[in-house]
Design a protein around this ligand. Structure first.
Ligand SMILES: C[S@@+](CC[C@H](N)C(=O)[O-])C[C@H]1O[C@@H](n2cnc3c(N)ncnc32)[C@H](O)[C@@H]1O
Length: 311
């Protein structure tokens, strides 16, 4: 039996939450962006496959323009989870018009380390009034936007199909709405089920060395050695979702601030999930969140949709 301690997380609170969830059999994907995982995510985010999954910032802005005509896109922009900032930089450029001179930007993220990368990337952005802050949008509302904003409406963005990867998408929409004010707008991109039943092809879209390294990094931060198990990727058609499971091939004792847990060979930690929303699930998400959907727009080139909520 091998023993290990958690290390490499950004805060003690992250360590405790990661330990508790791992002992319950899952590790929220937010940990795959923070601590040393910010570096592995950055490498993944620069890969072609990731860019394909995340979609085009130019198309995001075209959809926003179409859905928000004639009143136009709000000049205050709260960007939830800017990642390494590359998508945000492109979106800022695509938003550029005369009105963009007055545009203000607030980036909010769970990961301090990744946010520093976003700050560096956005140093050349045409949106020059920029601020950054921390928020775990899976953990309750925030007053960060209230403190930053003026009385004008705010555009909230949740790009990069981030809503597909959180533990509870309904809770995230609710937390955003509770942090927003009328007549703010929330824009989210999601991946949708496209009726194809080719699970292998969907898994193949993800199954690269750079993806495996990014998904495994939070487990390494937890002190679990790569050779303690195997990463199994599959498509769960009933969800539907691409799922990553780390299956222990040996016994492992994990300790965290005085608590201990023993994983047996065969135990699993679900360390990746990327949902593909069905039509019915989108309707259920909107109904359960209680946040009105103003519109939705299909992507022309991929199985993705853009959702626009009125808070
Ligand atoms: C898939 S990346 C998207 C990055 C970028 N917006 C894009 O379109 O490429 C997810 C982003 O959301 C952040 N994130 C994930 N879970 C979060 C949470 N619970 N609270 C706040 N940010 C979170 C991650 O740190 C990361 O910046």
């Amino acid at each position: 039996m091998t023993s290990a301690n958690l290390k490499g997380f950004e805060t003690r609170a992250h360590e405790v939450e990661a330990f508790r969830s791992m002992t319950a059999g899952y590790l929220p994907l937010k940990f795959a962006y923070s601590g040393s995982a910010a570096e592995t995510h950055d490498r993944l985010a620069r890969s072609e496959g990731y860019q394909r999954v995340v979609g085009s910032a130019i198309d995001d802005v075209a959809a926003l323009r179409a859905m928000l005509a004639p009143e136009g896109i709000p000049l205050q922009w709260a960007d939830l989870g800017p990642g390494n900032g590359v998508h945000t930089l492109a979106m800022g450029a695509a938003l550029a018009d005369d009105a963009s001179r007055g545009r203000r930007y607030l980036g909010l993220d769970f990961s301090r380390r990744l946010m520093r990368r976003a700050e560096t990337t956005l140093a050349v952005s045409n949106v020059t009034d920029r601020a950054f802050g921390e928020w775990d949008f899976e953990n309750g509302p925030t007053d960060a936007v209230t403190k930053w904003r003026s009385a004008a409406p705010v555009l909230w963005t949740l790009n990069g199909i981030t809503l597909c990867n959180v533990e509870d998408p309904v809770e995230v929409i609710r937390n955003i709405a509770l942090s927003a004010e009328r007549p703010d707008i929330v824009f989210a991109t999601i991946a949708v089920a496209d009726g194809r039943d080719d699970g292998q092809a969907r898994v193949a879209e993800y199954d690269t060395d750079v993806f495996r390294a990014a998904v495994l990094e939070p487990l390494l931060m937890a002190g679990i050695a790569r050779e303690a198990g195997v990463l199994e990727l599959s498509y769960a058609a009933q969800e539907p979702a691409v799922i990553g499971l780390f299956r222990f091939t040996q016994g492992y004792k994990l300790t965290c601030h005085g608590d201990a847990h023993v994983f047996q060979a065969g135990d699993v930690i679900r360390c990746f999930v990327s949902r593909r929303f069905t039509r019915r699930q989108i309707d259920a998400l909107v109904a359960a969140s209680g946040v009105p959907l103003r519109g939705r727009m299909k992507d022309q080139n991929s199985p993705r949709e853009r959702l626009l909520f009125d808070v």
